[in-house]
Design a protein around this ligand. Structure first.
Ligand code: AHM
Ligand code: MG
Length: 333
């Protein structure tokens, strides 16, 4: 049931029975994410006021320089998730290895692992452009009562029980799925409440926006070059519009509402592209499929890839079904 002006809290209670394992734990997990998101949102909004932005000095596992807000968001989400008796392990784009979380009795009774990119697109912070948080949730495979293992995190995306993102944009939204469609909630910052603003979100089957970093054109595989030329051709409903924020959450969020395709392909400089399968592509692919769209590496379904490493990268094509199919057609020629 979807009441008007429904808050996220009410929505979670109303829809608890739809969760794959309706023990209430997953609800509590989503609850802790919405809490951390509010705190991070508050900090992101202040970024222009206080001297919190800028390089932190540290380099993360990807060899990129971390900015202060990445670190802040990472710590905040870890802290909030750890304080609840739900999560037995967390893997983050900002940490080299996964973290093992013990319950308050020092045991390992908790059932879920969370993988996240605490602040994606953080190079956009300094210029006041939207950033996002991405999260992905799995049931552990290892026996309850034992410490988590790498296998708990290296599950294919089709095993996700929940995934979502927070977009810190002109308004702040939390969009998530538990495998039963996609719903979007907008934060009222004055009250600190999330309201159901985008029930049952769906990618239009086809679209007119393509989003990719065309500066890399020369390094793209021929299939991507040909698809881009197709998008630019004056024929039928083309040329399409090009829109690229450089903040994946925002690019995909816009495309989900308006219809479009987002691409971060492999290139002659980066054989597997840039984006991480576990922290970025799998959760966005789960949401995309739940919203009727499609997500692929150009050849096969993202959610069926068996991960081998935590920080594995993959080419990524994601968006309106027909557009992704068209891109695949060019890739596979
Ligand atoms: P990040 O995790 O270091 O922030 O990088 C991921 C971001 C995505 O949000 C975005 O789509 C992409 O990097 C942009 O990369 P590029 O500048 O190469 O186009
Ligand atoms: Mg990222």
């Amino acid at each position: 049931m979807m009441a008007k002006n429904q808050t996220l809290g009410e929505f979670i209670i109303d829809n608890q029975a739809d969760f794959p394992y309706s023990s209430g734990e997953l609800s509590r997990l989503i609850n802790s994410i919405r809490l951390a998101a509010k705190v991070v949102n508050h900090e992101v909004n202040k970024a222009g006021l206080v001297d919190i932005t800028g390089e932190y000095g540290d380099t993360n596992i990807q060899g990129e320089e971390q900015q202060k807000l990445d670190v802040y968001a990472n710590n905040k989400f870890i802290q909030t998730l750890t304080n609840r008796e739900i999560v037995c392990g967390i893997a983050s784009e900002e940490n080299e290895d996964f973290l093992t979380i013990k319950g308050c009795n020092g045991d390992h009774q908790n059932k879920y692992v969370v993988l996240m990119d605490p602040l994606d697109g953080s190079s956009n912070i300094d210029v006041n452009v939207s950033v996002g948080t991405i999260f992905s949730v799995y049931r552990r495979l290892s026996p309850v009562g034992t410490p988590v293992t790498a296998e708990d995190f290296l599950q294919p995306g089709n095993m996700q029980v929940a995934a979502g993102y927070i977009i810190y944009g002109t308004s702040t939204m939390l969009v998530y799925t538990t495998g039963n469609g996609v719903n979007g909630f907008t934060l009222n910052p004055a009250l600190g409440s999330w309201y159901l603003s985008h029930p049952n979100m769906k990618f239009p089957e086809n679209g007119k926006i393509y989003s990719t970093n065309e500066g890399n054109y020369i390094h793209f595989p021929q299939g991507v070059k040909d698809f881009i030329k197709y998008c630019q051709e004056e024929k039928e409903d083309r040329p399409y519009t090009s829109r690229y924020i450089g903040s994946m959450v925002s690019d995909i969020h816009r495309n989900m509402i308006k219809g479009g395709i987002f691409m971060y392909p492999e290139s002659s400089r980066a054989r597997n592209g840039k984006l991480r399968l576990l922290y970025e592509c799998n959760p966005m692919a789960f949401i995309t499929e739940q919203a009727g769209g499609k997500a692929s590496d150009g050849f096969k379904r993202i959610l069926d890839i068996q991960p081998e490493k935590l920080h594995q990268r993959t080419p990524f094509f994601c968006g309106s079904k027909k557009m992704v199919e068209k891109a695949e057609e060019f890739m596979q020629r």
